[in-house]
Design a protein around this ligand. Structure first.
Ligand SMILES: O=C(O)c1ccccc1NCC(=O)[C@H](O)[C@H](O)COP(=O)(O)O
Length: 263
């Protein structure tokens, strides 16, 4: 069993527990449920912003603890001030040290699009994402069937949410595209064995149909790489560890953006 299988197994139990604790009706009565989500495309393509989706990530299966000291409000405020086009908040508890409350806290503290970064395997989590104040959900092709991706995408769009489809290879891309997707993220990390290669993004860049935003995800640590990814057609860049491993992730992003402007 690889790490993705383990995560999905645990997630299945977690979602069943959550359903028993909080009903869909209660989620729909939440303070954020009726807010209109931001449109990701407007923020990613805004020339005053950076295209960076900066991630709040305490730990990961590949790296262990990355940062268990920084507060979500402080970090996400720092990211927004540094020009983030969106902020990714990991809500997985057991494998990433996140929590749904991190998303609520980030929502209360920020006015940029928020990605609920989690392993979505059930429609309940999409309704929950809306209730937590998310603007974007992630659908990972490696753990979902094409029918699930279409059904989850349809539900997300009916709630006004943006849909980011994550793929790692051409086969996942070709079998997963549907009309409910806004953005395609190419994950440079192989989630089964943790190997990373930016080449994955370069290889898939021209295969992504023009109507989708193109996001390169993971293992980005150098402004020069962003420049190359932009030349290849990417408009968005998901970065976690490179900022979170520092004592002040917002300041680290600010410094990164300064360098990005000058390369
Ligand atoms: O990061 C991991 O170790 C990981 C393991 C298994 C499934 C998902 C995983 N990460 C999720 C992500 O895709 C990243 O958090 C995100 O793209 C940011 O990556 P990075 O900039 O390398 O922290």
């Amino acid at each position: 069993m690889n790490i993705l299988d383990k995560i999905v197994l645990r997630k299945t139990e977690e979602v069943e527990q959550a359903k028993k604790l909080v009903s869909i009706k209660e989620l729909e009565a939440g303070v954020y449920f009726n807010r209109t989500p931001y449109v990701l495309k407007e923020f990613i393509l805004d020339p005053k912003r950076t295209g960076i989706i900066a991630e709040f990530k305490r730990r990961s299966p590949s790296k262990g603890i990355i940062n268990d000291r920084s507060a979500v409000e402080e970090v996400t405020n720092g990211y927004a001030a540094a020009g983030a086009s969106a902020i990714s908040v990991l809500t997985d508890i057991d494998f990433f040290g996140g929590h749904p409350n991190d998303l609520l806290a980030a929502r209360a503290a920020n006015s940029v699009p928020l990605l609920r970064k989690d392993f979505m395997i059930d429609e309940y989590q999409i309704v929950e994402a809306k209730a937590l104040g998310a603007d974007i959900i992630l659908l990972i092709a490696a753990i979902l069937t094409p029918a699930q991706i279409e059904n989850f995408g349809r539900l997300a769009k009916s709630l006004g949410l943006n849909v980011l489809l994550e793929v790692h290879n051409l086969e996942e891309l070709q079998r997963s595209i549907n009309p409910y997707i806004d953005a395609i993220g190419v994950n440079n990390r192989n989630l089964a064995d943790f190997s990373v290669s930016i080449q994955t993004s370069f290889d898939l860049a021209d295969q992504i149909p023009k109507e989708f935003l193109k996001i390169s995800e993971s293992a980005i640590s150098d402004p020069q790489t962003i420049k190359q990814l932009k030349t290849a057609g990417f408009n968005g860049f998901l970065i976690g560890e490179n900022f979170m491993k520092t004592s002040d992730p917002g300041a680290a992003m600010h410094q990164f953006v300064e360098e990005l402007i000058s390369v």
